[in-house]
Design a protein around this ligand. Structure first.
Ligand code: GTP
Ligand code: MG
Length: 319
């Protein structure tokens, strides 16, 4: 029996033991989890009336966020200064990102094959576990692997470099396999939240976000549907990130876009992805094992600023 806490479902006004049990049987584990849902979504998975769904969701939000929802600018500034930055383990990249990754934001690493997206994800799955004084946040990682690219031996090598026990590092990474877009939605709405609440997951990685959607929604006639589904999943990720203060990293493939007589490479996923991610970073190959990361779009990072790094046997390192 899990111990009682302030965010138990039964602490929500209007939820008794029976409703709590019903919600749990649908996979909703707490008031915080419940507060992420919309009335439509709740009606969809339970047999509640829209009125009742709306009422208990309002109570859930009140319990979770309190009744005072407006913050002064000074309070916001204080809060933003208090958030721990997550190190990538690469000084030049941390500097480019303003001191590491910030929580409650989405980072996209886009680039051609072999530019280091998956390597960087592996490294972050390790650095998130480091203690605060070493730039980590002492958390676990949920790694959503849509390309079968997760490599335990790479994690072991990177963990050793950062002074962590390789077995323990692997134990703190929850690798989630998904088969299609609907499966990904379920994994994020239910499994991810459980991992965050019960297994100390602080970082969620999706490597890669677009692969599934590209394979599943083929052709122009399904493009609108694809974009809608993509938008929905990104929206859910942000809901989870905002409520729990976790870090989000997505990788993305690139497409060739004609520009006059030449073709330029752009991240896939169109406007939906462009709007949904907070910080867009573009990875490029330089000579040999050297790579460049460049800021493509960000509300806070300087446009076109860049950092050099290299991929070695120990992971991703400064150039
Ligand atoms: P796609 O997923 O194909 O789009 O590429 P990606 O951007 O995810 O590439 P990834 O991060 O997998 O980087 C691949 C690069 O890392 C290749 O150049 C590999 O040679 C290099 N790499 C992978 N593992 C090792 C390793 O153990 N040692 C060294 N030195 N390099 C490695
Ligand atoms: Mg990859």
């Amino acid at each position: 029996m899990p111990h009682k806490d302030e965010f138990d479902l039964e602490n929500v006004d209007g939820i008794g033991p029976k409703t709590a049990q019903m919600l749990q049987s649908k996979g909703i584990i707490s008031a915080r989890h419940l507060a992420l849902f919309t009335p439509e979504e709740l009606v969809d998975i339970t047999d509640m009336t829209p009125d009742r769904a709306e009422k208990i969701l309002r109570s859930a939000r009140e319990l979770v966020f309190g009744s005072r929802r407006a913050l002064k600018g000074t309070e916001l500034l204080k809060l933003s200064q208090d958030v721990p930055r997550l190190t990538t383990g690469v000084k030049s990249i941390d500097k480019l990102l303003g001191g590491g990754l910030e929580p409650k934001a989405t980072y996209e690493f886009a680039g051609e094959f072999g530019t280091g997206k998956t390597q960087l994800c592996h490294q972050l799955a390790v650095t998130v576990q480091l203690p605060r004084e070493k730039g980590g946040v002492g958390g676990a990682c949920a790694y959503i692997d849509t390309e079968e690219a997760f490599s335990p031996s790479r994690i072991e090598a990177i963990a050793k470099r950062f002074g962590l026990d390789p077995q323990q590092a692997l134990d703190n990474i929850y690798v989630i396999k998904v088969v299609n877009a609907a499966d990904l939605e379920d994994r994020i709405k239910f499994d991810l939240v459980r991992l965050v609440e019960q297994n100390n997951v602080k970082l969620v990685i999706i490597d890669s976000i677009i692969a599934l959607y590209r394979a599943e929604f083929k052709g122009r006639e399904r493009l609108a549907e694809r974009q809608q589904r993509l938008n929905y999943i990104l929206d859910w990720l942000m809901r989870v990130a905002k409520v729990y203060g976790i870090y989000i990293v997505l990788t993305n493939q690139v497409i060739d876009v004609p520009l006059g007589y030449i073709e330029v490479k752009k991240p896939a996923g169109g406007n939906v992805l462009a709007h949904a991610v907070t910080h867009r970073l573009f990875l490029k190959k330089s000579r040999e094992d050297l790579r460049v990361m460049e800021v493509l779009d960000s509300p806070r990072l300087p446009f076109k600023a860049s950092a050099m790094f290299r991929i070695t046997d120990k992971g991703v390192e400064d150039a």
